[in-house]
Design a protein. Structure first.
Length: 70
């Protein structure tokens, strides 16, 4: 499928419309990195077809999926 065949909705990479949402935590900088304190939390929305993923900080899950799918 090329860019001309797909519409503007769905995964930005492959156009698929099914997603998975997961949470991840990461370390910041400075002392939190030194002590390996994972104080930053993100939501990951990923395409179930190709695996393309985007990170979002805060917000509602439905809003993130809507942003991801266009």
């Amino acid at each position: 499928m090329n860019d001309h065949d797909r519409d503007d909705h769905g995964c930005p990479k492959c156009g698929h419309t099914e997603t998975e949402v997961d949470d991840i935590s990461t370390t910041g900088t400075g002392l939190s990195k030194f002590f390996d304190i994972q104080n930053r939390r993100f939501r990951v929305v990923s395409c179930t077809n190709c695996g393309y993923a985007e990170l979002y900080k805060g917000g509602q899950t439905n809003d993130m999926v809507d942003l991801f799918l266009g």
